[in-house]
Design a protein around this ligand. Structure first.
Ligand SMILES: [Zn+2]
Length: 365
């Protein structure tokens, strides 16, 4: 048995509530205690104290004994002091001290397992929600791929119906015919039955509702300087429709139940009007816009329509940036890098292009 002192705090009757510091050393049949703060009585000898674990997790070591009819306790909180106490203890106490240590390790491992389980139970739902949010676009894309075209068409018509009066939307006339003539070239082979409309409104804007509904604003028709420029905007809008971006956007913002009730005609007109308004302001992600640019460009090339018109028109819109930028710019930002990309792509393409057989006057009527 080696003699090495270890430090603890002594509690008991006649001592301050917070206890007093004490240094202890094992003797063959007891404990020699030195309490420096008790100047009158600094030395105590305790015969064979009892040892036990203490605290929530047995993390402290407790040595106790009876002194003058009352219990006295030496508490060891520091792991190094506990180790010293255990290692230097007389044989009759060593087994008790080892057992306390063993119990503590068991408790610790049980708490650790419980802690891990608890962590999993708390973290797992959060992780799943996080994954869901991170993949929301992918989920919306996947859900959209299962929505029948006929459902989408009903949705587009339902959304547009109550706004027709409000937005002064026409489905006949020379402008609608010209838009249809150009768009026919851009939509060959499409699963959608396209319907084109002109909204008699001054904004330079156009939007694609789900199911092949494309609305062009009068302000846009006034702003284009050639049928090819209009074809550029139409190609981009048709691409949004073909890629089902509007449907995805509505699905994300309204949820499937609302979409279903709209398609089934169960929604109030006021609510539908609000949905249409939202559609005209629907902002697609940068990726979706880039995708629509690329897809639109392909459609122009396939139709042998000069893509220069697309670049020229977006360039002119970008030049008009000011305190009141055109609506098409706020929903379709013709940002510098997007225009640069478009211009660069167009330089790679070579004609011959076929001029569109559409009279400018018809677009202005
Ligand atoms: Zn767009």
């Amino acid at each position: 048995m080696t003699k090495r002192p270890f430090k603890g705090t002594l509690f008991g009757s006649g001592l301050p509530g917070a206890g007093i510091a004490a240094t202890a050393t094992w003797e063959p049949d007891g404990l020699l205690l030195v309490t420096t703060s008790d100047k009158d009585n600094p030395l105590h000898y305790v015969k064979n104290p009892a040892a036990s674990g203490n605290g929530f997790n047995n993390e402290t070591l407790r040595l106790s004994w009876q002194q003058e009819g009352a219990e006295r306790v030496l508490i060891l909180t520091e792991p190094a002091e506990q180790t010293c106490c255990r290692d230097t203890a007389p044989n009759q106490l060593k087994a008790d001290l080892q057992n306390i240590l063993k119990q503590r390790k068991n408790l610790e491992s049980r708490f650790r397992t419980g802690g891990i389980l608890l962590t999993i139970l708390i973290i797992l739902p959060l992780v799943l929600i996080g994954l869901f949010l991170a993949n929301r676009n992918q989920i919306a894309t996947r859900v959209v791929s299962h929505i029948p075209v006929s459902f989408e068409a009903r949705l587009g018509d339902a959304v547009l119906a109550p706004s027709r009066m409000q937005m002064n939307i026409k489905d006949t006339g020379p402008a609608v015919e010209s838009i249809s003539t150009i768009s026919k070239k851009l939509t060959t082979g499409s699963v959608h039955n396209y319907r084109f409309f002109v909204a008699e409104r001054p904004e330079i804007n156009a939007f694609a509702a789900p199911g092949g509904v494309v609305v062009v604003f009068r302000g846009l028709l006034d702003a284009v300087e050639s049928p090819e420029e209009l074809a550029g905007v139409l190609a981009h809008e048709v691409a949004h429709a073909e890629l089902r971006h509007s449907l995805q956007g509505m699905l994300k913002s309204l949820g499937f139940r609302t979409l279903a009730s709209i398609a089934l005609g169960d929604s109030a007109d006021s609510m539908l009007a609000d949905v249409t308004k939202r559609l005209t302001e629907l902002r697609f992600s940068r990726d979706a816009e880039r995708e629509a640019d690329a897809n639109g460009l392909q459609r122009l090339v396939k139709a042998r329509i000069s893509p220069d018109g697309m670049v020229r028109f977006y360039q002119r819109l970008a030049d008009q940036k000011g305190p009141n930028p055109p609506a098409l710019l706020s929903t379709h930002p013709a940002s510098g890098d997007r225009l640069d990309w478009l211009r660069n792509e167009v330089t790679k393409l070579s004609g011959p292009w076929q001029p569109l057989q559409v009279k400018m006057e018809s677009l202005k009527q």
